[in-house]
Ligand binder design. Structure first.
Ligand code: NAD
Length: 500
């Protein structure tokens, strides 16, 4: 394979090729290898960290307004290049162009929020905390920070981190997913086109070897991670043991409670999109419907199975498709094995997406929309995050049972209740142990000026990403208390704790 087909790294604003180790990148729609990605060595990651370290002093002293201006320009460039970015995402991830554009737009919204940096970083001031004494807190950047991101949102998730970290005055090293690196690399190119000084943002492609350097190098002050729970836990523990600030977002199993009084048409429509959109490869995908009462359960299964028949899956480039393939052949096999295991453990596969084929794309990694009824909490497929176009239905008799089910699950990322009953919805919001909650909203992904994060084993760390928590994560508080004594007034030594 020619060198042109190898995705390298971006260090100091320049593309670098270090191709001692490479990995295939697939086009999941065709199932063919489309290019290769370089897997960074320890030396390459250290070079990126050194570039970020060298750029830090000037960048931290750049006025926030100037940093924000680069983000304004970056936003414009992202919008101008939206078509190209959507194709880069689709080619390597498989999501349909309309969905890829939606992903990009949600990322752009974080860039827009970050453009408010001068306001967001203003700090806090109190005059006269004591006689002639003023006090203020200001927010300092941390230094070099790292991001490690998953395959399923190759532009949106990096954009949860990059604009927030940069406007706060940090410099950045990003390690994107090695499975779909090209759209993320292009974000880096656009940042430099927007006027970012050399070294402020760097990308190393790679695997565990690169990640472990970021986790252990003492120059890296903080790590933001998004990915699966076992890796999130490893990242959090290792980063914390090495004295770094860390937020590590993990996997999910998002339940929708369908109450007996729910608007069924609305439920069916929104479950279709939330369960099967992006082939279920979203950390906020609704993968379990918990129906309360037999009647609504039966109706839901009947209406959903009819609606699923009209769904269209296929290649990313065909905008009329509802969803595309899953990311790899290995992942397809895993999703299929979860469906089989549910069946073997006694659940009923009502609509079966195993054996899906798309004409002209016979080798693509397709799984059709799958609906499974009579799932129970003991089943392995219920415990696991399937991350495919599979909707499981659990039937219960009361809302309390549904709530207990959700609260007992290992994950606590997103959830939703469908009801017309305000009291039930309010009780649910107050008592569910989940970080992001929807009421008649299937994918309650917080907008850019709130913050995103789950509870339980869906997030390790204290602060959520982007929004106000993003500013807190990427800054360190300093509080200054100041008095300018008058030369005519002299106080004697004080030995008790100063009070007013
Ligand atoms: P993943 O955990 O396999 O990979 C994520 C990142 O970690 C990648 O950059 C990868 O190279 C790196 N990595 C993988 N194995 C590693 C190891 N052993 N040591 C160090 N680094 C390693 O996740 P994925 O398959 O790319 O993404 C899907 C997962 O991400 C799902 O579980 C999904 O729920 C989760 N996710 C969560 C959120 C959230 O906000 N909670 C958002 C998006 C995705």
């Amino acid at each position: 394979m020619s060198e042109l087909n190898v995705v390298g790294h971006l260090i100091n604003g320049k593309k670098i090729h270090d191709t001692q180790r490479t990995q295939d990148v697939f086009n999941p729609s065709t199932g063919k290898v489309s290019k290769q990605v370089a897997l960074a060595s320890k030396e390459t990651v250290e070079e990126a960290i050194a570039a970020a370290q060298a750029a830090f002093p000037a960048w931290k002293n750049t006025p926030p307004l100037r940093r924000a201006r680069i983000m304004f320009k970056f936003k414009e460039l992202l919008e101008q290049n939206a078509e190209k970015i959507a194709h880069l995402i689709g080619e390597e991830h498989g999501k349909i162009l309309h969905d890829a554009k939606g992903e990009l737009q949600r990322g752009i919204e974080v860039v827009e929020y970050a453009c408010g940096a001068p306001e967001l970083l203003k700090g806090e001031f109190t005059k006269n905390v004591g006689p002639n004494i003023d006090s203020w807190s200001d927010f300092h950047p941390l230094g070099v920070v790292a991001g490690i991101t998953p395959f399923n949102f190759p532009t949106m998730v990096p954009l949860w981190m990059i604009p927030m970290a940069l406007v706060c005055g940090n410099t950045f090293v990003l390690k994107p997913s090695e499975r779909d690196p090209s759209s993320t690399m292009f974000l880096g190119e656009l940042l430099y086109q927007a006027g970012l000084p050399e070294g402020v943002f760097n990308i190393v492609n790679g695997d565990k070897e690169a990640v472990d350097v970021l986790l252990s190098d003492s120059r890296v002050q903080a790590v933001s991670f998004v990915g699966s729970t076992p890796i999130a836990e490893y990242i959090y523990k290792t980063a914390a043991a090495n004295g770094k600030r860390c937020q590590a977002l993990g996997g999910a199993k998002n339940h929708a409670i369908v109450m007996p009084d729910a608007d069924l048409d609305n439920v069916v429509n929104s479950l279709l999109g939330a369960a099967f959109g992006s082939s279920g490869e979203r950390c906020m995908a609704l993968s379990v419907a918990v129906t309360v009462g037999k009647e609504i359960g039966d109706q839901l299964i009947e209406n959903l199975s009819k609606a699923i028949d009209s769904l269209k899956y296929g290649a990313y480039s065909e905008n009329s498709n509802d969803f595309g393939p899953v990311i790899t052949k290995a992942h397809k096999d895993k999703v299929v094995s979860h469906i089989t295991s549910a069946e073997q453990q006694g659940a009923k596969v009502v609509v079966d997406g195993r054996g899906a084929k798309v004409a002209g794309y016979e080798d693509g990694f397709y799984v059709g929309a799958t609906l499974i009824d009579d799932v129970t909490p003991e089943m392995d497929s219920y415990k696991a995050e399937i991350f495919g176009p599979v909707l499981q239905v659990i039937r219960v008799d009361t809302m309390e049972e549904a709530l207990e089910l959700i609260n007992k699950h290992e994950y606590g990322n997103g959830t939703c209740i469908y009801t017309r009953d305000g009291e039930a919805a309010r009780y649910f919001c107050d008592n569910v142990l989940v970080g992001m909650v929807g009421v008649n909203i299937p994918l309650p992904v917080p907008v850019a000026y709130h913050s995103f994060g789950g509870w339980k084993r869906s997030l390790f760390g204290d602060l959520h990403v982007y929004g106000p928590d993003g500013i807190r994560f990427y800054t360190r508080r300093k509080t200054i208390t100041q008095r300018w004594p008058s030369s005519s007034v002299r106080e004697g030594a004080q030995f008790s704790m100063p009070t007013l």
